[in-house]
Ligand binder design. Structure first.
Ligand SMILES: Nc1ncnc2c1ncn2[C@@H]1O[C@H](COP(=O)(O)OP(=O)(O)OP(=O)(O)O)[C@@H](O)[C@H]1O
Ligand SMILES: [Mg+2]
Length: 347
């Protein structure tokens, strides 16, 4: 179930102790080398025709993207779109099959240890040591990075606070709830004060309060100059957090831009959501199609894309259609996603 643990690679050591001078308030490195260590490219990550193949299957199909230093960059996509495969190449946990990839100005194939020492990874599946205490999970991880003991002890206490796990610090991880483990995994990714943090579905399994807390924390990290790379299935998360994002579909990038740009480009301004008897959606969709610029028939709803939602809803009613429920709302990234991939992110 668990994929090749990043721990396994981390245990080999990141290739040298990190520089204590890089540690700021939350110990975040903002100075690094050059533009966040971009080695002169100005990009934290640059991919050109980046490809990942597993045997005959192409999981990531010649994608191009640039992630700028200091931005929050999102990868959105349905299950199997290729997000994790891309994250793992960036994190130097999986070799690229084609194209080129630069991370912090370095080459993952050649400079893996150096890159790993400067990035934090929140893998999709938690890879905590269940037998150890919460505190020791953080502490031992820091030791892999060669952090001096005294400095590390302070850092661990800060991160326990950050993850709101101070009261559970001396308990083993095993009995923690899923959300608590997730928070610990996120804290662990920050132990080495990385300048680039990769978060693969960071908030899956978190309760709403914990999600908002994490968004706040991520926002603060960004303000400190940390580059964030995030995958998510949550559209609100992408809209809140990401300066720019790409929508992945079957290994390719279907669209790229800021949330606002994507909505403007791929959706109308407003959406009328109509709910009829379950078997009626297709029939009503056909009947009302001329009232909207685009119609999307979902199993549980009918979506009419229009710039004037209220007027469209009036028109629906004057046709004699009487939905069980009707709602006019602004378009969101979910609508962009539906348009681009023909399916909803929510399975
Ligand atoms: N180690 C592997 N061996 C073979 N196929 C793989 C491997 N890892 C991923 N794949 C395949 O590559 C495709 C992309 O998987 P990936 O995990 O990158 O998707 P994802 O976008 O992260 O999906 P999810 O939202 O479900 O996490 C899938 O079809 C998956 O089965
Ligand atoms: Mg994934």
């Amino acid at each position: 179930m668990m994929r090749l643990g990043d721990d396994a690679l981390m245990r080999q050591g990141p290739g040298g102790p990190s520089d204590p001078s890089r540690h700021g308030q939350l110990g975040v490195s903002t100075s690094g080398q050059g533009a966040g260590g971009g080695g002169g490219t100005g990009a934290a990550v640059q991919a050109r025709r980046l490809t990942k193949r597993f045997g005959d299957f192409t999981a990531v199909d010649a994608v191009d993207f640039d992630i700028h230093v200091g931005e929050a960059f999102g990868f959105l996509g349905a299950n199997g779109a290729g997000k994790t495969s891309t994250m793992r190449m960036i994190a130097c946990l999986s070799p690229i099959s084609g194209g080129t990839l630069q991370v912090l100005g370095l080459d993952p194939m050649r400079d893996g240890p150096q890159i790993r020492s400067r990035i934090g990874l929140v893998p999709q599946e938690d890879t905590l040591d269940l037998e150890l205490t919460v505190r020791d999970n953080l502490y031992l991880y820091g030791r892999y990075f060669g952090l001096p003991k005294k400095q590390l002890r302070e850092r661990v206490e800060e991160l326990l606070e950050f993850a709101r796990l101070t009261e559970r610090a001396d308990e083993r991880v095993d009995p923690l709830s899923g959300g608590m483990r997730r928070r610990l995994t996120i804290a662990r990714a920050l132990v080495s004060s990385p300048s680039l943090v990769i978060l693969d579905e960071p908030t899956t399994g978190l309760d709403p309060q914990a999600r908002h807390l994490l968004w706040d924390r991520l926002y603060r990290l960004k303000r400190e100059g940390v580059t964030l790379v995030i995958t998510t299935h949550y559209m609100d998360e992408a809209e809140q957090l990401c300066d720019r994002l790409v929508v992945m579909d079957a290994g390719r990038i279907a669209a790229a831009g800021s949330p606002r740009e994507l909505i403007e480009q791929w959706s109308t301004r407003e959406v009328v959501e109509l709910r009829f008897e379950p078997e009626g959606h297709q029939v009503h969709g056909d009947r009302l199609a001329d009232l909207a610029q685009r119609v999307e028939v979902l199993p549980d709803r009918l979506l009419l894309y229009t710039d004037e939602g209220d007027a469209t809803l009036d028109a629906v009613r004057s046709r004699g259609a009487s939905p069980i429920a009707a709602l006019v709302r602004r378009a969101t990234l979910e609508d962009v996603f539906l348009h681009l991939t023909g399916r909803s992110l929510v399975d």
